[in-house]
Design a protein around this ligand. Structure first.
Ligand code: 9MR
Length: 553
């Protein structure tokens, strides 16, 4: 039979929790009802009315919604609408997102630098070690009295950023934070998880084992002479589509800059409080991280406006951000929560930026999320109310948009930027903070909808995570996957998603649509819509764990 048309009836192709909300989007059709069919028996187990046809601007389409939230019985089903092909199959299961979460986290292992991926842990995606990064040159832009140009330093480990083989502190910051926050907010969920990574069983939960791989690299990116942090460790240009051990070019640490240094300070402060509970397994690590964080903070006080600028001989990712208030606020907030020293709280209060959806250039939301998590550490009840209000205001605005959206997502046309799938997930992450603070069910349901969106209730008909769902990306812009064309892509990777600014990265292949929510191409060349990245996978880890852990049975 022909491949299912996953665009006619769009739903979460991975599945739903018995107690979770369940929505599908149906291409405008004459039908006014839908049925849920059990796959094994062909039996109709549910019938309900379709909503009214409504246009959704980002996709330039008209859709009807099907709500089958009340279907709680575990099983394997399809949706049926007269005149349309059957939907992709999906499950209702109490552990619907457990395997997805594990794969999303294991992606970080697959993207590790400086280690061989052996068959015992990596299966068919085994590969030799790439980039030892033990002989890295100090670039002219990073030279200082202690480390003149061309000094050789060692900064191994860490994760490759994305489909490329470079390591960027700014993007590592938000990604590592998000994994550590997953642990801080849902420790029970992650305690029971076994990922089969080399460190599994060593007494640390695997989410922390994985985070530590990157934290150890980050520590090596701090200049011991003054506490400033290099912006990135990089080749001069991007590699071809080869496995990492074949990508042999000189590596450089480039320019100490304020955003990188503050992101480092924030994450090290957070990591310090997390690893304080594991002193027995990692003696001294927590204290070392806090000392590194304080030194980075001090460097940023003395160098408050060193904006990263790409040197003419460096052509890899920029991650340059000219707006640093949010980075200062985030570092101050994390340092306050960890140390409870009033001067950090004063520093935060003085500049407190508005709560907004997080992304690598805007980390304000991360500060608010940590302050909310530890609001019992705030100096006064008024401070506590202030933080709760900031969390609830943003979450409420997303929940309101979700409710009013004919497609049941908070995303609007302007949210379809590079990495739009992660915009949806980071909105969900902030909705979850709202749910955790205020307990309003619609905030959890709206977060669930964002997960549905990236898992197939998506106008492209794709479940946007490799290896999951009926129709998922087969050609992500990911060098290891592209270099092993005989294997399916590395599993558990979320691709960037629709990006109407996609331009001409694929000269020989056409984007099927320029509608903001549909400008997506499953092709290796499409780095603007089909790349993968650590900062997109991290909120997939967070949100899938949160929805799994928080949804009532
Ligand atoms: O995610 C980044 C996006 O916000 C920027 O618009 C884009 C262009 O600068 O870069 C994206 O990040 C890429 C990085 O620069 C290099 N590694 C791959 C990243 C994902 O595409």
């Amino acid at each position: 039979p022909a491949a299912a048309d996953t665009t006619a009836i769009q739903l979460n192709q991975v599945g739903y929790l018995p107690g979770g909300s369940k929505w599908a989007a149906v291409k405008d059709s004459a039908a006014n009802s839908f049925a849920v069919i059990e796959v094994a028996t062909g039996r109709e187990v549910w019938r309900g009315p379709l909503g009214a046809a409504q246009p959704w601007a980002p996709a330039q389409e008209t859709l009807k919604l099907a709500d089958f939230s009340a279907l709680r019985e575990p099983g394997r089903y399809r949706l049926q609408v007269d005149g349309l092909p059957l939907s992709a199959p999906f499950v209702v299961a109490p552990d619907a997102y457990v395997a997805l979460n594990a794969a999303a986290l294991k992606f970080f292992y697959f993207n590790r630098a400086s280690i061989e991926l052996d068959a015992a842990h990596a299966g068919v995606w085994a590969r030799p070690a790439g980039h030892a990064d033990d002989r890295v040159f100090v670039h002219a832009t990073a030279a200082g009295p202690g480390r003149p140009e061309s000094t050789v330093i060692s900064a191994p480990k860490g994760w490759y950023d994305a489909g490329d083989y470079n390591k960027y502190i700014v993007n590592s910051g938000i990604s590592t934070y998000t994994l550590l926050a997953s642990w801080e907010h849902f420790p029970a969920f992650f305690t029971s998880q076994a990922l089969n990574i080399p460190e599994s069983g060593n007494g640390l939960p695997d989410v922390l084992n994985e985070a530590l791989w990157n934290l150890e690299w980050m520590l090596a990116m701090q200049d011991p002479a003054d506490g400033g942090v290099y912006h990135k460790l990089t080749d001069k240009g991007f590699d071809g589509i080869v496995l990492p051990h074949r990508a042999r070019h000189d590596r450089y640490v480039v320019m100490k800059a304020t955003a990188a240094t503050l992101d480092f300070a924030a994450v090290m402060a957070q990591a310090s409080r997390v690893f304080a509970a594991f002193e027995a397994q990692r003696p001294g690590l927590s204290a070392r991280m806090l000392a590194a964080s304080r030194r980075a903070w001090d460097w940023a006080q003395a160098h408050p406006d060193v904006i990263y600028r790409q040197a003419p001989d460096i052509h890899t990712g920029g991650y340059d951000d000219g707006q640093l208030v949010d980075e200062f606020a985030w570092a101050a907030a994390e340092l306050y929560v960890t140390t409870r020293e009033p001067h950090y709280w004063q520093a935060f209060r003085k500049i407190a930026p508005r709560n907004e959806v997080p992304g690598w250039p805007n980390v304000a939301g991360l500060a608010w999320a940590s302050l909310a998590q530890y609001r019992d550490r705030l100096p006064s009840p008024a401070d506590r109310r202030w933080v709760e209000q900031q969390i609830l205001m943003l979450a409420d605005s997303f929940a309101t948009r979700w409710q009013a959206s004919p497609y049941r997502v908070a995303l609007q046309t302007e949210d379809f930027i590079w990495g739009s799938n992660a915009v949806a997930l980071n909105q969900a992450l902030m909705l979850i903070q709202g749910y955790r603070v205020g307990g309003e069910r619609r905030m959890l349901d709206a977060a669930q909808s964002a997960l549905d969106f990236v898992l197939g209730r998506h106008p492209t008909g794709f479940a946007m995570v490799t290896g999951f769902g009926t129709r998922s990306p087969l050609h992500p812009h990911h060098r290891p996957s592209g270099a092993m064309p005989q294997q399916p892509p590395v599993p558990g990777m979320i691709v960037g998603g629709p990006n109407p600014g996609s331009g001409d990265d694929c000269r020989d292949q056409r984007y099927p649509s320029r509608a903001p929510a549909k400008a997506y191409l499953d092709a290796l060349c499409s780095y603007t819509t089909n790349e993968i990245a650590i900062n997109w996978n991290a909120p997939l880890v967070y949100v899938s764990a949160a929805v799994q852990a928080l949804t009532p049975p």
